[in-house]
Design a protein. Structure first.
Length: 324
C-alpha cells in the first residue's frame, strides 16, 4: 500500500487535482441524473457533465502518470500538464454550470452575456486541450518511459487520442443551419452547429451515450480516439500477466509486435467509425461499404496476429527443446 501511495504522489499534482475535481463532478452529476427530472433534447441535463467528468478522470489520470515518467524536459512537461488541467476544469466547469442552469453548453448561440463569454472560453479551451495533448504526445515520441510494448502502446494511443481531440475542432466549427430548440425551462435556444451528420440534434439516440441511431455522429470517433490509450494499455497489462504462464510471450519483442497488431486493429476501428460518421450513417446501421472496410481491417489484423504467434511459438520451440 505504501508503494502505491508513493507512486501516486509522484504523479503530476495539478492533473490529479483535476481528476479529483472531475470525480466529484461525476458523483454530483450521477445524483442529478437520478433526482433531477429536467431534460434537454430528451436527455437529463446532468448526463453531459457526467460523461465529460468520467472521460476527464480517465484521461487526466493517464496523463498524470505519463508525465511522471518523463526523463527529459520534465519542467516543460509539468507546465504542459498544468495547462491541460486548468483548461479541463474551466471547460467542464462551464458544462456543469450550464447543466445546473438547465440549458445548453455546446452550440448555444443565444446572445446573453454569460452564454457568449462561456462559449468563447469553451471554444478556446478546445485549442488548449488539443495543444497540450499534442505536446505530450510529441515529447513521449522521443523518450522511452518503459519497455518496448509499453512505449508502443503509449505512442500510438496518444497519437489516436490527439486525432480524436482534433475532431473537436470540426465539432466546434460545424456551424450548420441553425436549429431552434427549447431548454429545460422551456426557453427558446438557438443551436448553431451540431455533432450530427445528416441529422438534427435531439433525434433518436442510444441509451446513456445518446449517439444517434438514425444518422452520423462525430462523438463516436471522438470517443474511440480519446480512449485508444486506455485500450492499448489494457492490452499491455493482459500480455504481461499472460507472459508469466506462456513461454512464447516472455520475449519483449513478441509482446511489442502483438501490441502493434492491436494498435493497427484499433486504428482500423477508428478510421471505420470516422468514415461512417462523415457518411451520415448510424453506428448500429452499417451498410456494405462500412462492413467491408471493417472486415478488411479485421482480416489484416488476424493475419498479422497469426504470423506473430506462429513465429514466436516457433522461436520458443527452437530455443527450448522438449525434455524426455
Amino acid at each position: 500500500m505504501r508503494t502505491v501511495l508513493a507512486e501516486l504522489k509522484s504523479w503530476h499534482r495539478p492533473l490529479m487535482l483535476m481528476v479529483l475535481t472531475m470525480a466529484a463532478l461525476v458523483l454530483t452529476a450521477a445524483v442529478g441524473v437520478l433526482v433531477d427530472s429536467r431534460e434537454v433534447l430528451n436527455e437529463s441535463v446532468w448526463l453531459k457533465p457526467f460523461k465529460f467528468g468520467l472521460s476527464f478522470v480517465l484521461y487526466g489520470a493517464t496523463l498524470a502518470w505519463l508525465l511522471s515518467r518523463l526523463r527529459k524536459a520534465k519542467r516543460f512537461g509539468w507546465w504542459t500538464g498544468t495547462v491541460f488541467a486548468i483548461t479541463g476544469i474551466v471547460d467542464v466547469g462551464f458544462i456543469a454550470i450550464q447543466a445546473a442552469r438547465g440549458t445548453f453548453s455546446h452550440f448555444n448561440a443565444n446572445s446573453d452575456t454569460f452564454n457568449q463569454v462561456g462559449r468563447q472560453v469553451f471554444m478556446s479551451g478546445v485549442i488548449g486541450l488539443f495543444g497540450a495533448s499534442l505536446v505530450v504526445a510529441v515529447m513521449l515520441l522521443f523518450q522511452r518511459v518503459g519497455d518496448a510494448p509499453l512505449n508502443r502502446a503509449i505512442r500510438v494511443g496518444l497519437g489516436l487520442a490527439t486525432a480524436g481531440m482534433f475532431l473537436a475542432f470540426y465539432l466546434v466549427g460545424n456551424n450548420s443551419a441553425e436549429q431552434q430548440v427549447v431548454d429545460a425551462s422551456g426557453q427558446p435556444v438557438t443551436l448553431a452547429g451540431s455533432h450530427g451528420i445528416g441529422v438534427e440534434a435531439g433525434g433518436p439516440g442510444m441509451p446513456l451515450t445518446n449517439w444517434s441511431t438514425v444518422g452520423g455522429d462525430l462523438r463516436i470517433p471522438h470517443f474511440v480516439g480519446l480512449h485508444a490509450i486506455h485500450a492499448l494499455l489494457a492490452v499491455v497489462l493482459v500480455l504481461s500477466v499472460l507472459a508469466a504462464r506462456v513461454a512464447w510471450l516472455r520475449p519483449e519483442r513478441v509482446r511489442a509486435r502483438l501490441v502493434g497488431v492491436a494498435a493497427f486493429a484499433y486504428t482500423g476501428l477508428m478510421i471505420t467509425v470516422t468514415v461512417q460518421a462523415f457518411r451520415g450513417q448510424s453506428l448500429i446501421h452499417p451498410d456494405g461499404q462500412t462492413l467491408g472496410m471493417l472486415a478488411g481491417f479485421i482480416a489484416i489484423s488476424l493475419a498479422a496476429l497469426g504470423g506473430v504467434v506462429t513465429a514466436a511459438r516457433g522461436e520458443t520451440a527452437y530455443r527450448v527443446p522438449d525434455r524426455v
